[in-house]
Write a protein that binds this ligand. Structure first.
Ligand code: TYD
Length: 134
């Protein structure tokens, strides 16, 4: 299972501002779905699930939030996303919590597959058992 990774997004800038470009081939998967979280209240905790096969790339296109990733085998890492210049690549098999959303923040998600309910594990003990099974 690859590690989660922060990737720097190529940008094009001039005196009018900047363009962040996620072109074909930048991500290690073809994008099948794009969605975004917005109007998230600052006290909200989102996530609380893992994916069996889905890979995602998260970008704070506006504001900031924290992403806590647990590998189910004893390791937790927390990433703070606060710039549209980078994104967090999350391989399958990580339990995640998203929290500390700043007011007006937007979390853009590029995903490797369509929404499939059966890809979710929504119980932490079930996730740990699934990871231990290998
Ligand atoms: P959920 O995964 O709980 O949101 P988050 O992980 O951001 O806290 O999704 C909330 C609801 O939206 C849930 O009923 C599933 C549904 N949903 C879709 O129907 N399609 C989608 O692409 C996504 C991301 C969620």
């Amino acid at each position: 299972m690859p590690d989660p990774q922060v990737l720097k997004i190529p940008t094009i800038d001039d005196d009018r501002g900047e363009i962040g470009v996620i072109d074909l081939g930048f991500l290690p998967f073809p994008i099948a779905r794009v969605y975004y979280l917005f109007d998230v209240t600052t006290q909200s905790v989102r996530g609380a699930h893992a994916h069996k096969t889905l890979t995602q790339f998260l970008v704070a296109t506006s504001g900031s939030f924290c992403v806590e990733l647990n590998d189910g085998l004893g390791r937790t890492r927390t990433f703070t996303l606060r710039t549209p210049r980078e994104g967090l690549l999350i391989p399958p098999g990580y339990w995640r919590h998203l929290h500390d959303f700043s007011s007006g923040s937007v979390c853009l998600v590029l995903a490797s597959d369509r929404y499939r309910r059966e890809d979710y594990i929504r119980s932490f003990p079930a996730f740990v058992a699934w990871k231990e099974k290998g």
